[in-house]
Write a protein that binds this ligand. Structure first.
Ligand code: V47
Ligand code: SF4
Length: 392
């Protein structure tokens, strides 16, 4: 574990300018950095410098722990009324035959197929389908909870929720209250993309605005539904846009404390309308995790979503501020495989995931959605269990 003195010594020996050294002092004194300092880190700091600071913060908070959970994804449809330029996954209603729509029975059957397996969370997101409305999803969640009363339902991005509420002519509060009463527990972090209108109006012009996204999460927090926050980076945004995005999230978190995790999502360029844009380098991905960890001082956790970034970079990110690797997933998401991610059938057994974590000298800790510890796998004896086991 890195001590403050070790960080001080490393900073004093490094060849960085005074402004960066001042940022290191702030981090050691647990002071918040300003947006200008955030931009300075992006512009001037190398990977070693931000990595050292981010790792110091993550070790101070979580030691060697790396969190993961046992989850499955359900994507009821990829038919979407919107046309985000980065999206490889959705199909417009007019090309309905190219997409999929799961029936309620298919969704419930999928949940039943995990009977007896120790899944703690079901993550439900998809395209914004005009025929799948608020009451349909509320009833669906109720039925899922009848099958698995113990499971945590993390469902619907603010984009999906905004559309559902508008169509049902109810306020965000009323809509979320209905979903909560039917069993929804929390919200995932998707749909945030980049908040700044200079970028949002180009890459995601017709979906909910930044203010609407933030208002949905604020309302959820007020109702006792926690959530996550994402940032889609590495396309046409500038460093200032990234910092603006993180600043808006940090301010809301000051107000509500309802966010669990910050999840930077690397833009993948396969099969979408932004395919001509080069993807960010691994160095930039790691720098971005690290600066995220330094900037988001009021977020408990930073997650590397391995199906998107690939399991090896996710492993590396554990030295650059990341303390969470999402879950075993079990091949139930298509969002990234359709955008060209390395992980074409994302699925890790518990043994594989815990071994990835142990290979880099960290301790694998299974958590539930809200970070209660379910099981410590640090010294778990797998005995004669095969590598190919179901995720329990
Ligand atoms: O909002 C879509 C992103 C998000 C691409 O809360 C893309 O635990 C990169 O939010 N390249 C949805 N990203 C997924 C999401 C998420 C994932 C895992 C965990 C959690 C959580 C949330 O996927 C979208 C968008 O930002 N996305 N297309 C693409 N081509
Ligand atoms: Fe629809 Fe979401 Fe894809 Fe945008 S990112 S087109 S809202 S599925």
């Amino acid at each position: 574990m890195t001590s403050p003195d070790q960080v001080r010594t490393l900073v004093s020996l490094s060849n960085v300018d005074a402004a960066l050294k001042a940022i290191a002092d702030k981090v050691l004194a647990e002071q918040r950095i300003t947006p200008e300092e955030g931009i300075l880190l992006y512009e001037k700091a190398d990977l070693n410098f931000v990595g050292m600071l981010a790792n110091y913060i993550r070790e101070k908070r979580h030691g060697d722990k790396v969190f993961f959970n046992h989850n499955i994804h359900i994507e009821p449809t990829n038919i979407c009324v919107y046309d985000c330029k980065f999206c490889s996954y959705s199909r417009l209603l007019k090309h309905k035959e190219e997409g999929w729509e799961m029936s309620e029975e298919q969704i419930l059957e999928k949940v039943r197929s995990y009977d007896g397996q120790k899944i703690t969370e079901v993550h439900i997101v998809g395209g914004v389908h005009p025929k799948m409305g608020l009451q349909y999803f509320a009833d669906l969640i109720k039925k899922i909870k009848e099958i698995r009363p113990d499971i945590h339902v993390k469902a619907f991005t603010a984009v999906e929720l905004h559309y559902m509420c508008k169509k049902a002519k109810v306020s965000y509060e009323e809509g979320l209250r209905i979903l909560k009463e039917h069993g929804q527990d929390s919200l995932p972090g998707g749909g945030a993309e980049i908040f700044h209108p200079e970028i949002r109006t180009i890459i995601a012009e017709d979906k909910c605005t930044a203010d609407e996204w933030l208002a949905m999460h604020e309302t959820a927090h007020k109702l006792g539904m926690p959530s996550n926050a994402t940032m889609l980076y590495g396309h046409i945004e500038t460093f200032a846009h990234r910092v603006d995005h993180m600043e808006r999230l940090r301010q809301l978190q000051d107000k509500t404390g309802g966010f669990n995790t910050f999840i930077p999502l690397k833009f993948r360029n396969g099969g979408n309308q932004m395919s001509h844009i080069k993807e960010s380098s691994i160095i930039e991905d790691l720098r971005n995790y690290a600066i995220g960890r330094i900037y988001m001082d009021n977020f408990g956790h930073v997650k590397a979503y391995w199906p998107m970034i690939g399991r090896q970079i996710a492993q590396l990110s554990l030295a650059y501020g990341v303390d969470d690797m999402d879950g075993t997933i079990d091949d139930t998401t298509k969002i990234y495989s359709m955008a060209g991610a390395e992980e074409q059938s994302p699925s890790l057994t518990t043994r594989q995931l815990t071994e990835l974590i142990k290979q880099v000298g960290r301790r694998p800790i299974e958590r539930d959605t809200v970070y209660n510890v379910v099981k410590d796998y640090t010294d778990y004896d797998w005995g004669r269990e095969e590598v190919v086991v179901s995720p329990n």
